[in-house]
Each structure stands twice: as C-alpha cells, then as structure tokens.
Design a protein around this ligand. Structure first.
Ligand code: PGA
Length: 259
C-alpha cells in the first residue's frame, strides 16, 4: 500500500498585519524548513497575500493553501472567492474550519459543497472536523466526528476521496494552549479513518492523510506525531513563528520516519 507522506500545514488565519509581513514570514519559513524534506509543508496566508506569497515561495518545496473557498461556482456573491479563481495559485483549500463554521455559519452541507467545489477544480481539500468540549465530555466525540466526515464527504466520487486530507481539531483545543491528549486524538482519528473506509473502502482509508490540530507547538507536537495513524499537524498560532513552525515540521519528520 502507498505510503502517506507526512504533512504539516500552517493556518495563518487573519495574520500577519500586512502583505509585506506575510511575504517576510513565508521567506523565513522557507529558510527555516529547508531541512525537513520528508515532510510536505503548506502555508495558508490570508487571501489578499496569496499571490505575493506564491512568488516568495516559488523556488522552494513549500506549497500554498487558502483558508476557505466559496461554495458556489460563480456569480453575485460579494466577497466570495471561487475554487476556479484559486486554480493555479494554491494546491490546498482548508474547508470546515471551526472558526468559519462559527463565524460564518458554515453547516455540514455547506462544507460538503465547498469540498466538492475544491475537488472539481483540481484542488486538494484539508477538511477540518472536531467536537465541542461538551461532546468530548459526553463520550460521543468519535461518533460526532464520524458524522462530520460522512456529511462532508457525501457525494464525493470514489476516485477523488483519497485527495482529501482530514484535520481533526477539537474545538476546545484551538487557540487555547490546551492540546488534546495524544491517545484521544489517535482514537478519534482512527474513527475518522474507519468512516472513510466505510464510505470509500480500505485502500482510500489507508491513503487519506490525517492531521491533528489544536494548540500544536514545538513542545506538544511529539505526543501527536508519534501516534500511529496521525500523519502530521494543522498549526495555527505556532505557524506564525518561523523557527517554532520549523521545529514542528522537523519533529513530524523524525517521528513519522521512525514509525
Ligand atoms: P492553534 O490553531 O494551533 O492556534 O490552536 C489551530 C487551527 O485553528 O488550525
């Protein structure tokens, strides 16, 4: 069976303050991560900085991601960015991030529409899923995440599903400085992978990359990268500091090479 390449993606959210700073951060990340060759590295700057950052990383192995995409193909959607517009600019599209679900009311159905638009445009979705604290406490986290995976991948063609990366990000762990326990992340990610298997078969379940996200730092990454079935991380805050981000990439490379 095909080996899954380790993957670390940095989600810059609404940072840094200017396009010039975004370009500087991208350059610093290229330099700091130059050694981490076994790991695929993507960065997701704000949309307004995509073109400038694309040029800044052009000569490197770092790939580009966008933080969101519109669910419709084109038309009167003020502020929207379509998947077709992103083609040739980004490789990856983050969909279903909990902040977008929370702030812009993205439902599972809209996440599904965005994911399919991205796939149809030849882009690779990074699908974010994750439960709220009450759900974790009630013991239904795995079931909840399986439901999100099922809804988001609904009507995805068999041959396209393996192009999706799934990031398990418990909402209570995002930006709080309190990561999940490695063991819980492993179990929930295994449940998500099992759900992909139910939907698309064992080969696809094996091929889909699964990331952990939520308060990942150079310190906390080891606990996740060493878990079987966790292929890397989706990183928020720590992806804004080039050396810290590089530490995470290096740790994922070391742990996954050993695994
Ligand atoms: P964080 O964010 O690393 O700052 O917790 C993770 C994310 O939202 O992807």
């Amino acid at each position: 069976m095909r080996h899954r390449r380790p993957f670390v993606a940095g989600n810059w959210k609404m940072n840094p303050a200017t396009v010039a700073e975004a370009v500087a951060l991208a350059r610093a990340i290229v330099l700091a991560t130059a050694q981490a060759r076994v790991v695929e590295i993507a960065i997701a700057p704000p949309a307004v900085a995509l073109l400038a950052v694309r040029d800044a990383i052009a000569a490197s192995d770092v790939t580009l991601a966008v933080q969101d995409v519109h669910e419709h193909e084109k038309g009167a959607y003020t502020g929207g960015i379509s998947a077709a517009m992103l083609r040739g600019i980004v490789t990856y599209v983050i969909v279903g991030h909990s902040e977008v679900r929370r702030d812009r009311g993205d439902t599972d159905a809209r996440v599904n529409a965005k994911l399919r638009r991205a796939l149809d445009a030849g882009l690779r979705p990074i699908l974010c899923v994750g439960e709220m604290l009450e759900v974790r406490h009630s013991g239904r986290a795995d079931e909840f995440v399986r439901g999100q995976v099922r809804a988001a991948l609904s009507d995805v063609a068999m041959g396209q599903a393996s192009r999706v990366t799934i990031a398990y990000e418990p909402i209570w762990a995002i930006g709080t400085g309190v990561p999940a326990h490695g063991e819980d992340a492993r179990t929930t990610i295994a449940a998500a992978r099992e759900e992909v298997g139910v939907l698309f078969g064992a080969a696809t379940a094996h091929a889909v990359r699964m990331l952990y996200g939520g308060s990942v730092t150079g310190e906390s990454i080891a606990e996740f990268a060493e878990q079987p079935g966790i292929d890397g991380a989706l990183v928020g805050g720590a992806s804004l500091v080039s050396d810290e981000f590089a530490r995470i990439c290096a740790a994922v490379g070391v742990a996954r090479t050993r695994a």
